[in-house]
Design a protein around this ligand. Structure first.
Ligand SMILES: NC(=O)C1=CN([C@@H]2O[C@H](COP(=O)(O)OP(=O)(O)OC[C@H]3O[C@@H](n4cnc5c(N)ncnc54)[C@H](O)[C@@H]3O)[C@@H](O)[C@H]2O)C=CC1
Ligand SMILES: O=C(O)[C@@H]1CCC=N1
Length: 259
């Protein structure tokens, strides 16, 4: 497919890197400021420099607040019967239809782990998408990690709060965990190794186990041992559950505001 990226910053760039490493499609980036694009990618800085009716797919990877102003400049470049794919948080199919018309639109919510081919994305295809169009975009997103189809836009907004914004929460938790390890006397590099390997090893153990997370947690917690002492401090009668609940609800609410 001939694919146009409208905007290629942190998220579009991460996805593009996975796609170009596989070499299955042709890519053009339209972005006034993109740098360090992979070899073989065509770059234009102005929509006016794009050919008319040339692209099978346009990936909308600009900020959601820019769509109404910027997207109209790019519509001419997409073939009749082409697919618009938006990764913009919150931006609804209706808001995109206002610009591009009643055509095939797919909302995808990726996350930054796509940078290393380990992203997880939600995908919602509107009723104008043929099964072939939806499958072609699913295959593309699969190349960046895991793709989870959902049945409604609301599910995309909920998934945004869990996994789209998730790397931000995880980076913050890791930062805090590493800082606490340093406070116990480890140098920064050692603290990073201890925390990163603990987290990635624990995730892999959980993935490979048939036990629930609660059972796994209990299996490493000796009565009156060190883990129990730490967990009592971490959980503080539900504070941690409240914190995650509030965090995800806040992100979901913000997705609704960006419609
Ligand atoms: N960063 C993340 O972790 C995630 C971001 N998203 C979504 O991806 C989209 C992009 O986010 P980021 O990559 O983080 O932002 P970014 O700021 O890194 O990239 C946006 C790009 O748009 C370009 N741009 C500005 N005006 C333009 C124009 N007129 N024509 C073409 N390009 C233009 C900018 O030069 C920039 O490279 C947003 O809608 C966001 O909601 C979705 C999931 C995760
Ligand atoms: O913070 C944001 O709005 C973007 C969308 C999901 C993750 N990052």
């Amino acid at each position: 497919m001939n694919i146009l990226l409208i905007g290629c910053g942190k998220m579009g760039g991460a996805m593009l890197r996975q796609w170009t490493s596989r070499g299955a499609h042709s890519f053009t980036v339209a972005d006034p400021a993109a740098t360090d694009l992979p070899d073989g990618v065509t770059h234009v800085t102005r929509a006016a420099d794009l050919p008319t009716g040339a692209f099978d797919v346009a990936l909308i990877a600009i900020k959601p607040q820019m769509i109404a102003d910027v997207l109209p400049d790019y519509v001419h470049a997409v073939k009749d019967g082409g697919t618009f794919v938006s990764i913009a948080a919150g931006a609804s199919v209706a808001s995109i239809e206002k610009v591009v018309g009643d055509v095939a639109i797919v909302r995808v919510m990726p996350n930054m782990a796509a940078l290393v081919g380990m992203g997880v994305s939600g995908l919602y295809a509107n009723a104008r998408c043929t099964p072939q169009q939806a499958q072609a975009i699913t295959d593309l997103i699969d190349q960046t990690g895991t793709c989870i189809p959902v049945e409604s836009e609301d599910q995309i907004d909920r998934l945004t709060a869990v996994s789209g914004s998730g790397p931000g929460y995880v980076f913050e938790v890791l930062r805090s965990y590493v800082a606490a390890a340093e406070a116990l006397g480890f140098d920064h590099d050692t603290a990073r190794t201890l925390v990163f390997d603990t987290v990635s090893g624990t995730v892999e153990a959980a993935r490979q186990s048939d036990l629930t997370l609660e059972e796994l947690r209990n299996s490493v917690t000796s009565k009156n041992g060190t883990t129990q002492a730490g967990l009592d401090a971490l959980r503080r009668d539900g504070t941690l559950d409240d914190l995650f609940h509030t965090t995800l609800q806040a992100a979901y609410a913000r997705a609704g505001e960006l419609k």
